[in-house]
Structure formats: structure tokens, C-alpha cells
Design a protein around this ligand. Structure first.
Ligand code: ACO
Ligand code: PYR
Length: 547
């Protein structure tokens, strides 16, 4: 039977210490529910008494089906009895039945940060654990700076850890607080602590990522014998973050053969749990995030795709479905015919080659002025367009439109006959400078011509407002279209030295569909309009019937 490793999440406490992160109590509840849904053993809700948000969270915490709620705080202060320490007692009177206390284990920290005698610190640890056990069911001790402390004074670091263990702490958690430890040091120190008298079944590890080794360190600590791992979703946390549970969990389960209490079926929620945190933080999910990122199983190089078509194991370390992810085949100038065939199959087009007249039609529609007309097939066309500045690996919707236009499958939903954009800088009524843009568009839809004017904070915004004034009349579904991200990048031109601009737009509808489109031109407005028109066309083509 697989050995058990316990998981402890500190997203709501150490994660809340991330610069730029500011959870509300409702955010915390939402994240806590996700952690419970996937089956994390311990969910640290925060530090009761530290701030009103954490107090509000602990006043009305979510009811868990699987996880144990944990309250965090510190050992009693020097010179006070544990019973008479308001800070310590605040974490013992919440609905959480598990309390985690941080305390010093590095002699230097005791002397410098606390400014007290080394023995008093050991008494603070022991007293606090004993006192907490009179109020809650389970107590953990986070031995702060344990690894730095052990390197400086092993006997003292071990004495601090043992003060907690001997006083009844269920778990002694060895913390790499400054994140400077490397995996080989982890293995050695954990083994020595076990030899020193604390069994691995009572040891946990809490790693920070300052050396970019937090996940590796956590796994090394487990290899050396610890049986609890602390971390956060997506590696949130103080400074460079904590060990990323989203990477640790599948590594423990799929590669090291441990039982984490998470069933294989629950592991398939890994992507959705990771995205739920990004959603709360209003962050774009990191494409390159191992296991759960959109690029984690995206194959771009022609050689890779050709081999993946034969057996995905050729270029995948785990099955993407095991963590709830999917495989993507990406089209770009690194592609071969295998990419095209696989990508077309992915979007439901079963055709290897597109006739030359289709390619020329697409090139004309895109109004590109180079030799794309000479393209012999779609792979060739994509490579030529990428050379011009298009980037289809980041703009799957534009790629799909390119293919389907070449096949004559995309209706002409609208035709932009002409537009005019005026930018104005003037003083407002109270004399402040303001900039305003106004766009006039003339659009033909189904044989009828429409003209509209839109105002915006910039020319692209004004154009979007005017265009959508026309199109939502005919296609009401477009009211749900939201532009989520707009990125501009200067690329090198193949013709002379003139700079080309690539605009990438990410869009979303009210059903949670997201798609990305691209436009390229020497004029940033033209590039934006191309990406914007692709975005609108893609929504009408793919989603307007509410699929
Ligand atoms: C490694 C970690 O990540 S641990 C978690 C760190 N997280 C946080 O600090 C976030 C929440 N913290 C807070 O809101 C505040 O720091 C509070 C409410 C806990 C304390 O606030 P204050 O009372 O104003 O103290 P302040 O933060 O300035 O300083 C910490 C005090 O605790 C003492 N202290 C630090 N660690 C410990 C410990 N393990 N045991 C006992 N006392 C400790 C320090 O010596 C200092 O005491 P001093 O004020 O006598 O110098
Ligand atoms: C406890 C904790 O967060 C640390 O030592 O890093």
C-alpha cells in the first residue's frame, strides 16, 4: 500500500503575504472551498487577531467536507505566560481545531530578532505547544529558519524542534524560511533530524522559492522521510513565493507513488483549482506553469508533433488528462505538416491540403503585401505569415479563421467599408488636459450599409465602440463580447527597416469561452483592427448560437 504524505495549504496565510495580493474574506472562503473540493488535508485560513479580514474569515469559516481548518499564529511572547498571551489565545478560540504556531529555531534570530536568551525561546516553544493542546485538538510547530539555523548551530535548531515535539506537537514543520537551501542540503538535514529523534511521520516541510528550488526541496525532504508538505496554490507567498502545491501534488502521486489523500479522479481538478486562484486574483494563468499551464502540453516543434502523433509519451512526462489538462498542437514557423494535420483535426477540419486559390483569397483578405501569394500550401503560408510578424501559437482563433477562410467556410458577417478616427487633446471644463478619440465607421452587413460614431479613451477603443454599435444591432450575441487583454509588440519587418506592429487581443464571452486573435501592420491601429475584427468574427462563427 502506498505511504501517506499529508498536504498542508498556506495560500490563505503565506499566500496572502505575497506583494500585490489582497484577499477579502469572501475570496478566502472561495479558495478554501476549492482546497476542500480537491481534498487537501489542512487548510490554513490565516492569522486570527492579525487583521479584520482574517477575523471575519474565522468568525464564519466555510464548512469543509474533507479538509481540516487550521489557524496560524506565533508562540507566546517572551516574558509572558502562555495562558496570559492575547496573541496566542486568539488563535485558540476560533472554530479551527488545529493550531499552527511559528517559533524561532535559529540562535541568531533568537538573539537578534527577539533579543532574548536562547533558553527562554525553548521555553516559549514548549509552553505554547502544551497550552495550545489544552484548547485545540492538534498542534503544529513551524520551526522558522530551521535549515539556516541547523547549518549555524545544529544542536540548538534540533533542541527547538524537539521542544515542540516533546511537548506534544503532532507535526514539527521544518521551514526554509529564507529559501536559500538546496535539495542536497535538504536531504542531509532532514535525515539528521530523523536520526536526532523526531520521526519522519511527525515531520513536515515548508519551503520558500528564493533559490527557485522550493518544489525540488519539498520533494527531497519527502524522499528523506518527512510526511507533511506545506505549500500554496500556484506558488503564491512571501517574496519569491512558497513551494507550489500544484506541482508537488502530481509529483508525489504520479511519480513518487505516494498516497496524498487525493483520489486520481480529484487530481483531474488540478487545472480548475489553479485557475480558480487566478480568477480570484484577476490574473492571467501562467501559460508555462508545469502540469496546469496552457503550454504544459502544447507541442510546437515539427519533430515533436510528428512523434506525438505516433505516441504522446514521446514528448509528455505525464498524461495531460491525469491533471485535467489537454494537449495542444501549435501552428507556427517551427511547424511541419504533422502540426497542421493535428491542429486541423483538433479544430475539427479533416483536410491536409488547401487549394492555392484558397490561400490567395486568405492573403488578399488579410491585405498583406508580401509574397504570401506564392505560398504552396498552408504550412508554407503560415511560415511566411509568421515571418511577417504573425504569431499563431499565441492566437489559435486567428489560425482557425485562416484555415477555415482558406476552405471558404467563414461567412462574410460584415465588411468594413471605411473608417475615420480623430484624436483630440483639449482642456475639460475645469482646465485639466484630457485626450479623447472619436471613430466613424461605415460597415456593410447583409447588403445594408450602416454608419456609426463611437467615442473612446483611445483610437482602438473608439473604433470598437463604433463597430459594435453597428454589429450588436444585427448580432445581439456580441453584447457579451469582452476584450480581456490587449498586447502590442513591435516586430522586425522583412521589407526594409520599417517596424511592424503585432497586436494580440484576448477575448471572452459570458459563457467563459476565451480566444485570442492577432493582427500585424506597420500601423498600430490597422493591426488592432485586424485582431479585433478576427475576434468578432470568431465569436460569431464559433459561439453565437450559445454552444
Ligand atoms: C515566517 C513567516 O512568514 S511568519 C508569518 C509572518 N506573517 C505576518 O507577520 C503577518 C501577520 N502579522 C501581523 O499582523 C503582525 O506582525 C502581528 C499582529 C502578528 C504582530 O504585530 P505587532 O504586535 O505590531 O508586532 P510586530 O509585527 O511589529 O513585531 C513582531 C513582534 O513579535 C515578536 N516575535 C516574532 N516572532 C515571534 C515568535 N515566534 N514568538 C514570540 N514572539 C515573536 C517580535 O520580537 C516582535 O516583538 P517586539 O514588538 O517586542 O519587538
Ligand atoms: C512559517 C513560515 O511561513 C516560514 O517560516 O516561512
Amino acid at each position: 500500500m502506498a505511504e501517506r504524505v499529508y498536504l498542508y495549504d498556506t495560500t490563505l496565510r503565506d499566500g496572502a503575504q505575497t506583494q500585490g495580493v489582497d484577499f477579502s474574506a469572501a475570496d478566502k472562503v472561495r479558495i478554501a472551498r476549492e482546497l476542500d473540493r480537491i481534498g487537501i488535508d489542512y487548510v490554513e485560513g490565516g492569522w486570527p487577531g492579525a487583521n479584520p479580514t482574517d477575523d471575519a474569515f474565522f468568525a464564519d469559516p466555510p464548512v469543509f467536507k474533507r479538509s481540516r481548518l487550521t489557524a496560524f499564529g506565533m508562540t507566546r511572547r517572551a516574558g509572558r505566560s502562555a495562558d496570559n498571551d492575547p496573541g496566542l489565545n486568539a488563535l485558540l478560540i476560533t472554530p479551527a481545531r488545529v493550531a499552527t504556531m511559528v517559533g524561532k529555531s535559529w540562535d541568531f534570530q533568537v538573539t537578534v530578532a527577539l533579543g532574548i536568551e536562547l533558553d527562554e525561546n525553548l521555553r516559549m516553544v514548549g509552553d505554547s505547544v502544551k497550552h495550545a493542546l489544552t484548547r485545540v485538538e492538534e498542534v503544529m510547530f513551524d520551526a522558522e529558519h530551521f535549515f539556516d539555523g541547523y547549518k549555524a548551530n545544529p544542536a540548538y535548531a534540533l533542541a527547538a524542534a524537539k521542544a515542540a515535539y516533546d511537548s506534544g506537537a503532532r507535526w514539527v514543520v521544518l521551514c526554509d524560511t529564507n529559501g536559500g537551501t538546496l535539495p542536497h542540503e535538504m536531504r542531509r538535514i532532514v535525515s539528521e533530524v530523523i536520526k536526532g529523534g523526531i520521526p519522519g511521520s511527525h515531520l513536515g516541510v515548508h519551503c520558500h522559492n528564493d533559490s527557485d528550488t522550493a518544489v525540488a526541496n519539498s520533494l527531497a525532504a519527502v524522499e528523506a522521510g518527512v510526511r507533511q508538505v506545506q505549500g500554496t496554490l500556484n506558488g503564491l507567498g512571501e517574496r519569491c513565493g512558497n513551494a507550489n502545491l500544484i506541482s508537488i501534488i502530481p509529483a508525489l502521486m504520479l511519480k513518487m507513488g505516494f498516497d496524498t489523500g487525493i483520489a486520481p479522479e480529484d487530481l483531474k481538478n488540478l487545472v480548475s483549482v489553479s485557475r480558480a486562484l487566478d480568477e480570484v486574483l484577476d490574473r492571467t494563468p501562467a501559460r508555462g506553469q508545469p502540469y496546469v499551464g496552457k503550454s504544459a502540453f502544447a507541442h510546437k516543434g515539427g519533430l515533436h508533433v510528428s512523434a506525438v502523433a505516433k505516441d504522446p509519451k514521446c514528448y509528455e512526462h505525464v498524461d495531460p488528462a491525469s491533471v485535467g489538462n489537454v494537449r495542444h498542437i501549435v501552428m507556427s514557423d517551427q511547424a511541419g505538416r504533422s502540426n497542421l494535420v493535428a491542429r486541423m483535426a483538433e479544430i475539427g477540419v479533416d483536410l491536409e491540403h488547401v487549394r492555392k486559390d484558397g490561400l490567395i483569397r486568405v492573403v488578399e483578405q488579410m491585405q498583406v503585401t508580401f509574397d504570401a501569394h506564392e505560398a504552396t500550401d498552408l504550412v508554407d503560408l503560415v511560415k511566411r505569415l509568421e515571418h511577417e510578424g504573425y504569431a499563431y501559437d499565441q492566437a489559435a482563433a486567428s489560425f482557425e479563421l485562416l484555415v477555415r477562410r482558406a476552405l471558404g467556410q467563414v461567412p462574410e458577417y460584415f465588411t468594413l467599408e471605411r473608417y475615420r478616427v480623430i484624436d483630440e487633446r483639449r482642456r475639460n471644463a475645469v482646465g485639466e488636459w484630457i485626450t479623447l478619440s472619436e471613430a466613424t465607421v461605415k460597415v456593410e452587413v447583409g447588403g445594408t450599409e450602416y454608419m456609426e460614431v463611437g467615442e473612446g479613451t483611445g483610437p482602438v477603443h473608439a473604433f470598437d465602440v463604433a463597430l459594435r454599435k453597428v454589429l450588436t444591432r444585427v448580432y445581439p450575441a456580441l453584447t457579451a463580447l469582452e476584450l480581456k487583454d490587449y498586447r502590442v509588440r513591435i516586430t522586425e519587418s522583412t521589407v526594409g527597416t520599417a517596424a511592424k506592429t503585432r497586436v494580440t487581443i484576448e477575448s471572452e464571452d459570458d459563457k467563459g469561452h476565451r480566444w485570442t486573435t492577432v493582427g500585424v501592420h506597420t500601423n498600430v491601429l490597422e493591426a488592432s483592427l485586424e485582431a479585433l475584427q478576427d475576434s468578432i468574427t470568431f465569436m460569431l462563427f464559433r459561439f453565437k448560437d450559445g454552444q
